[in-house]
Design a binder for this molecule. Structure first.
Ligand code: NAD
Length: 446
């Protein structure tokens, strides 16, 4: 796969990030015809062909949810770097107890529509009306570009990139995809979760006043490790154990903590001007732990002077907490589901009454919108949340204050120009099998 750095727009400013999308928002008023099924006499009867790119845990789940969302969705193509992942995913979809026998009949992936390797995504996308993009995030900007250029509706997982160069590409696609009236749902599922939509609506309605600070957490024990197997090339190993390599994953502050950072941006209707922080790896230091940190603390500053304190940790045996607290001049919101006033009185408590699964809601609304010629497009806030997380990593790795522009205009592209099985990955182990790890005060990140 050729991946070129085509991000010629150097030195993007904060206002450019907003301007590109504002122009498009105006453009929408002109009422361009959507790409989709709106022109059909009976739009709900049209078969929508679905392709899955990245057939891992999340991609498999998303494919099941897409099939569940709409009786006329047919899974017709699948692409994965590895054949065993593709075949395993297909078997899991076919044996899923989430799907009725009728829905399973909509799985119509012929052998010639199974694509293995780095270039398969193009062939799978070509066969579909709607695509699911669920590879590791380093590939996302390029896969999104292929989908948008070919007028496909998209469900794509977060994060949207692992570096500033990737975000610049996604930004270009925000405008382009809106001009084409493409529906693009990004897997930041809190936006589709009733508890959060109720809480944030109240915050936007002024129940906690002006937001002055926040605390967000993803502190947990960490995720899987896929150990090196005898006979693997370095590229095969890194592609299997992708979580621990920044060109593929972006570190856990990007891959996982993005959810919590996104909630604060969402509530604040803003994104940070700068970040500074600290982090390192104290416990997760083995050869199979690649180059990522096991903890980050970041202080984000917003244009109006508000601060967000963020922490994420992947260390077993410590306090576990995944939450967001947003503090305003009149009270605060906590993601456990409550809003309190300045006297600690509960002014709202969300009661989960079998709230629908947000992962399913993402697909229900995506396909409804495609059928009704509507437009859901989450790319802009997806890009902002991703860059917020990336600037946090730049801050902890460097120990410096990193501005939004620094992160956005970073010329250090993690994703290599080409990716193929015979290529050398961008980061390599030393003679003892250990990978270089960022050292604050020394490492140049942008
Ligand atoms: N929204 C959520 O709550 C949530 C939960 C889990 C994962 N995710 C996201 O989903 C994505 C995938 O995560 P996962 O847990 O399914 O990982 P996974 O390792 O289970 O699956 C990733 C799959 O992509 C394949 N792949 C890698 N590069 C590829 C390429 N260039 N072309 C085609 N296939 C390629 C891999 O072989 C693998 O099968 C990540 O971005 C992750 O952050 C989101």
């Amino acid at each position: 796969m050729k991946i070129k750095n085509e991000n010629s727009k150097e030195n993007l400013k904060r206002r450019d990030f907003v301007k590109g999308t504002a122009i498009v928002a105006g453009g929408l008023m002109t009422g361009m015809l959507p790409v989709g099924v709106g022109a059909y006499a009976n739009p709900s009867a049209k078969k929508l062909k679905l392709a899955l790119v990245g057939c891992g845990g999340r991609g498999t789940g998303a494919a099941v949810q897409a099939l569940k969302a709409d009786p006329n969705v047919e899974l017709v193509a699948m692409a994965d770097a590895f054949e065993d992942r593709l075949e395993g995913s297909l078997q899991n979809i076919l044996s899923s107890n989430e799907l009725s026998e009728d829905r399973k009949k909509n799985v119509k992936v012929k052998d010639k529509a199974k694509f293995v390797g780095f270039d398969g995504y193009k062939k799978a996308i070509a066969l579909a009306d709607v695509v699911i993009l669920a590879t590791p995030p380093g590939f996302r900007p390029y896969h999104l570009e292929e989908a948008v250029n070919n007028d496909k509706h998209v469900f794509c997982e977060k994060p949207l990139a692992t570096d500033g160069a990737g975000i610049r590409k996604v930004m270009e696609l925000v405008q382009k995809s809106k001009e084409k009236n493409l529906n693009i749902v990004v897997g930041l599922q809190r936006h589709y979760q009733k508890k959060y939509t109720e809480l944030i609506k109240r915050v936007h309605d002024g129940e906690i006043g002006d937001i002055v600070s926040g605390q967000v957490y993803w502190d947990g024990g960490g995720v899987w490790v896929r150990e090196r197997k005898p006979g693997q090339t370095e590229m095969q190993y890194q592609m299997r154990n992708w979580y621990y390599f920044n060109w593929l994953c972006g570190d856990h502050i990007v891959e996982q903590h993005i959810h919590n950072l996104d909630v604060f941006n969402w509530a604040k209707k803003a994104y940070p001007v700068s970040a500074q922080g600290m982090g390192g790896r104290q416990v997760r230091t083995g050869k199979d732990h690649g180059e990522i940190y096991d903890h980050h603390y970041v202080e984000y500053k917003y244009e109006d002077g508000a601060y967000l304190n963020s922490q994420c940790r992947h260390i077993k045996g410590c306090m576990n907490r995944v939450s967001e607290t947003i503090v305003g001049t009149k009270g605060s919101m906590d993601s456990s589901g409550v809003i309190i006033d300045r006297n600690n009185e509960v002014v709202y408590k969300h009661r989960d009454q079998n709230d629908p699964n947000p992962y399913q809601v993402e697909h229900d609304l995506l396909f409804k919108s495609i059928r009704e010629a509507g437009m859901i497009n989450n790319l802009e806030y997806g890009a902002q949340a991703t860059l917020t997380a990336i600037m946090g990593r730049y801050a902890t790795y460097s120990g410096q204050v990193i501005t939004w522009e620094d992160a956005l205009n970073s010329t250090k592209q993690l994703m290599p120009a080409t990716v193929g099985w015979d290529d050398t990955p961008p980061v390599l182990p030393d003679e003892n099998g250990f990978y270089p790890v960022a050292i604050p005060g020394k490492t140049k990140v942008i």
